[in-house]
Design a protein around this ligand. Structure first.
Ligand code: 13P
Ligand code: SF4
Length: 354
């Protein structure tokens, strides 16, 4: 549905009043009505860099989810304030690894005698606490666009990787890009004693995968790949690496949201694509490329929005911008100094990856 014209006018007016004092970042999974007001759009890696590259902006309004706003706060200066228009915009995957659980896991690894040779690699989609844990133990952050480089780096530093919190990105990258086998990977279940693993299993494993996943990407199945190939002959299946391994193995191409967009931009006229990622992005791409005669469909029959990304809507954005324009900072996301220090170390290791 088209946006409420009154809200559109109010968002415009508030942004104009704030001028360069505000910088609005929009993740690719955001609604159209929000993307319209983003100064820059991107995947989580690009947005982290973009936030860090705006020292003149007093306010960073992050249209995305909580962990992204935290990362922006960590990477920006003390004077800059990061605002998340709706505090309920969390991420179920990030919530699957708590600081206590991860500390307990490290104890289990220590008892098995493997902690010393293990390097933690944490997906951007994790809380600042988990990033700080990663920094403290000599590890790095990664996103879906640099997971391979992060693993290459980590295996140069140690013998094993503890990958948090997305088992699928960890497994897919290990098997597709690092030449590891499925047997080299074990899954640590934080709800079981010792993660459900024996010390021997931990010693034999190369990748220790945290048992987390994305509920949105987890819905794509091997059946959805088979079904779309039957329905659309010649279709290219392009999926996000947060999908299950069997889906990724059956796809033609795999990549982050930014990679998906670039691939479609470069695709020839008349080509056909089934995309396995969040629906706001897929719909926007389908509309955008229809004019170039590229057929783009959603990989699954069911509707697949990320409900927490969708929390950021135009009314919340208007409220955040108007409050800032009136001199009130609402919904500020602020990471405490101690957590920030170590989380920053891990994020900076990521930014320095070759
Ligand atoms: P990217 O934007 O890094 O591809 O991540 C996808 C995602 O799930 C963000 O929450
Ligand atoms: Fe989290 Fe998945 Fe939503 Fe991304 S798409 S914010 S990983 S729940």
């Amino acid at each position: 549905a088209p946006s409420d014209p009154d809200l559109v006018a109010r968002a415009r007016a508030a942004k104009e009043k704030l001028g360069d004092r505000v910088f609005v970042l929009g993740h690719h999974y955001q609604r159209d009505e929000v993307i319209e007001f983003a100064d820059v759009t991107g995947d989580s890696f690009k947005l982290a860099r973009d936030a860090a590259a705006r020292p003149e902006a007093e306010y960073i309004v992050f249209c995305g989810v909580h962990f992204m706003a935290e990362s922006a706060d960590i990477l920006t200066s003390e004077a800059q304030q990061v605002v998340l228009p709706d505090l309920a915009a969390g991420c179920s995957m990030a919530d699957m690894a708590s600081a206590e659980q991860v500390a307990e896991c490290w104890d289990v690894l220590t008892e098995a005698g493997v902690a010393e040779v293990t390097v933690p690699v944490s997906y951007m989609n994790s809380s600042a606490d988990i990033k700080a844990f990663t920094g403290r133990h000599g590890g790095t952050i990664c996103t879906s666009s640099n997971a391979k480089r992060a693993l290459e780096w980590a295996f140069g530093e140690g013998e094993k990787v503890l990958f948090l919190p997305d088992q699928h990105l960890g497994r897919n990258t290990a098997v597709r890009d690092m030449g590891l086998t499925l047997d080299d990977c074990v899954v640590y279940n934080p709800h079981k004693p010792n993660g459900g693993l024996t010390p021997q299993q931990l010693r034999d494993a190369k990748m220790i995968l945290w048992r987390g996943h994305c509920s949105v990407h987890g819905r794509f199945s091997l059946d959805s790949v088979r079904e779309v190939r039957e329905r659309i002959p010649g279709v290219n299946v392009l999926v996000h690496p947060e999908c299950k391994h069997e889906v990724v193995a059956a796809a033609d191409q795999v990549g982050s949201t930014e990679y998906i967009i670039k691939t479609l931009e470069a695709a020839p006229r008349g080509s056909k694509w089934a995309i396995g990622t969040e629906l706001n992005l897929v719909r926007r791409l389908a509309n955008r490329f229809a004019a170039e005669d590229k057929e783009i469909v959603f990989l699954d029959r069911t509707v697949c929005f990320c409900s927490t990304m969708n929390r950021i809507d135009l009314p919340h954005l208007v409220w955040a911008l108007e409050s800032l324009a009136d001199g009130t900072v609402v919904n500020r996301i602020q990471v405490d100094a101690e957590t920030e220090k170590y989380a920053k170390l891990a994020l900076e290791r990521m930014l320095a990856l070759p």
